[in-house]
Each structure stands twice: as C-alpha cells, then as structure tokens.
Design a protein around this ligand. Sequence first.
Ligand code: F6P
Length: 326
Amino acid sequence: MAIIKKIAILTSGGDAPGMNAAIRAVVRRAIKEDIKVVGVMRGYEGLVNGDFIPMFSKSVSSIIQLGGTILKTARSKSFTTAEGRKVAYNNLIENEIDALVVIGGDGTFKGARIFTEEFNFPTVGIPGTIDNDLYGTDMTIGYDTALNTVIEAVDKIRDTAASHERVFLIEVMGRDAGFIALRAGIACGAEDILIPETPSDLQALHQKLTKYIETKKTSSIILVAEGDEEGGAFEIKEKMEKFGGEYELKVTVLGHIQRGGSPSAYDRYLASRLGVAAVEALIDDQRSIMIGMINREVVHVPFNKTTKHHKTIDQRMLDIVDILNA
Ligand code: F6P
C-alpha cells in the first residue's frame, strides 16, 4: 500500500461527455480515504504553469450530468518538451502531490507514459474520448453519448433524405478511427460506412447507389469518418459526382455537437467505476497504467501497452452493416 496524501487530477485532449462524472468519482473516492485532491486546469498546460485548485466534495456537486470538463482541457505544446515536463514535475513536488490522475485519449496517455518513464511519478489514466480508439478498454468515456448524438441527428436527416429522395454523406468525428461511424452506422441503419481502417471503394459505392435507384430505393445514408482515406464528406461528394450518378448527393458535417451534451447513463456509470478504480489503483501502489473496462470488469493496462497497440475494428460489425443494408 502506498502512502498517498495528495492527488492531482487533470483532463486533456478533446473533451468527452462523462469526464465530469470521472472527476467527481476520483475526488469523492479520494476524500473517503482522507486523500486531498487538487484539480489541474487545462490539462498538461496547467501542470506546467502550476495552475492548481483545491477540490472538495462540494467542488464536484451536481456535475455528474454535465458535458465538457469543469477542469477545462487543452493540447499542451510545452509538455511535449523535456524542459516542460521537468517544470511540471517540479510543480507537483513543490505542491506535495504524490500521484496524478489523467483523463483523456491516446495523446494524453502518450504524454503520461513519457512522464512516468522520466520521473517514475505514480500516474493513472482514465480513458476519455468520444473516438473509442484506445486499446485495453471496450468503451471509452464519451463514446456512448456521442453515438446517441449521432443517431439522433441521422434520424432527423433521414426524414428529409427520404422526402427529397436524396443520398446524404454524413461526416462524423474520427480523425484516425472509424468506431463512431461503425457503431452509429449499425444503429441508424446506414446504407454504407466509410472508415479509415478499411479501403474505401467509391466506384463500388456508386454502383451500389445506382442499383438502389433501379430497385426504387431512392434515399440513403452514408456515414463517413472524417479521417477516411478518400477524404471528408465534401471531398467524397466531389469525387462521387464525377461518376455522374442519377442520385442527388448532399453533405452534412456533424462536427463538434458530437462532443457535447449531457452524458448518457452508460457514460456516467463507466466514468464512476473507472474514477473509483483509479484512486484504488494508486492506493494499491500501481503506477503508469490506464484503468479500462473489458467484459464489464475493471482492468489495469500499462500505458506502454495502450499507447503501442491499436484497437482494431471487428470484422463482424462490418459484415452486419453489409448484411442489413439491402
Ligand atoms: O476528441 C477526438 C476528436 O473528436 C477527433 O475525432 C477529432 O478529429 C478531434 O477530436 C478534433 O478535435 P479539435 O477540434 O478539438 O482539434
């Protein structure tokens, strides 16, 4: 058992619904053990600038239902330098902080891995990103809420797509990953999905849409992950129009609405469980790990593993998109 008297917590990278629920869980679990908590403002940037605020049980009242992050977030340039990380370390020591909890995605954990390698400072990560692209956890905090936001929007677009007999290319987030497009695609009955993990054949898509017209299916929804190899939805529209198809193409980019909003029940639950487990792991002398959930069980995944492995797309999910889009 490690003697931990004070923990710092930060959120970093893109915000995700449920981050506040995770902050709340960390603060309340720590306070139960008489461990003090300080919030670090604006992620690693705040660590370098010494931007710390004391946190109490009351500091996290009524935030479980809020999207975004009360600690703000940023992508820090200074923390990517050795000098910046040294300043961050000194700030932690000067403030008598014994351990760090970071909530974020891939970039956040890469930063945490380097930091722990350099200073052996006890650090535990909680996966928070709408992209769900982290190895070592079935779901990241924010993914479920983002999926619900996407399908709500797509359902609305489908009404107008059907009325006007149009094909919509709907761009969803996922700079490097297609998990949002894939699962939302299944959940909203998309006719096709285009994602970075698999080759995108626009000619084949054109043929499919042409065939649909022949069979009197006059509207379709295609979900495009923003990082697709053929480009974003606008670029794909331009390329598709060169085929001279008889269908009318429209584009909607869902953008940052996918990152906001009140977290779903699942995200609140996941965040609460991972937040509690993060503090318990630190008390148990764990360091340099991400807390994930696999098959409904909390797991500890070394930063090394989660940052070096890629979460892969499940081929069976791609098959489902194909089978169901008749
Ligand atoms: O949060 C992850 C993510 O949503 C990516 O899918 C997206 O490419 C990126 O963040 C955009 O973030 P920002 O606009 O904050 O740079």
